[in-house]
Design a binder for this molecule. Sequence first.
Ligand code: CA
Length: 405
Amino acid sequence: MDALDILTNLEYIVPFFQPIFSADEHRIIGYEILGRIQTESGYESLGPFFLDETIPEEYRLEVDNVVLKKALERAAELEDDVLLFINRDAELLMMDDGEQLLDILRDFERIGITLDRLVLEITERNFTGDYEHLCHLFNYYRTYGIKVAIDKLGEDSSQLDQIGQISPNILKINLMALRSMHSTTAFQDILFSISILARKIGAMLLFENIETGYQLQFAWKHGGRYYQGYYLHRPDIDFINRDILKSKLKSEFHQFIMYEKKKLEALFSITDRFQKRIQELLMKNKNVEHYEELLFNLAKEMNHIAFRMYICDEDGFQLSPNILKKDDMWMIQKEYTQKNWSWRPYFLENIFKMKSEKKGILSDLYCDIESGETIRTFSYPLNTKEYLFIDITYEFLYEHEELLY
Ligand code: CA
């Protein structure tokens, strides 16, 4: 259907509603409003029309508002805590400083759609205007109780600082990006930055385009509070029973929780094994005085596990050289003595933890700067002043699958 057909058939425009489910109640907390038009061959999405920049802005805005008004009329039949997610392009919104939208929304207060039930889903990817101006507008909207969500996140993390400035209530992460990305790792890195930002500004994560059970699990695991996608429910012309997925989600979440607990158990038990092994080895070497000799003795026993070891003091200054496995031979790297590692993330926290709990710590997975490999480090308090660090090889992690997640 071309643009002119749409503009001359506004009476055939129909709002569709895609439900959004919450993690904490397993029920529908709101709907995203989507534009469709009724044609002879069924309902057609208005998405391409809205994205077509060759169509004059005022026409797109007009159609957008027709969808919105029809949707809000229908929404009168909803319970009064159900949220409505409204799509808006930042560029179009700023054309009249968001006045027209606010007029429409306030007009619907009369039929019980209070403004605090509305969430504006903003696409700001192509926004070229003044960011500060945009922030002002959102702050103004917020004085009415209107919430702001940033739409379609996940493809890159370049604009996160600007997004932080807007301080939205919700960040919508598009799982479609997971598919188009070269690797899951790249997506996870972006997601990690997004979730740190969300935590900092107190925003909630909504994952959209969830199409498989695995993606739902992924969203759950990555701090998603809200979910949306075909796997849960397609957009529909009608509203649906809020508890339609209550028991299904409950049982799926139960699976996620069991799986995660099993992994944590495995991690704890392997940490415990490390702990006992190191204790044994240190006992055996308790009369060894020199760091190098101690490290060599440990290396001999942990040849298939470790590729690098060293000892630091509690401020992160390296007391020993590195002992490093290269081509299956252990060698000494003297130049590392006296280097300081206190600047590393979590370093001092971990020293404190080891000191107070008198126990070793297995780190999370991270990329080793020098080898470029994914590794973990087991650190262990020799006493209150000396701390042993053992970098574990990727091969060992690979053999113990539970260590790779
Ligand atoms: Ca949207």
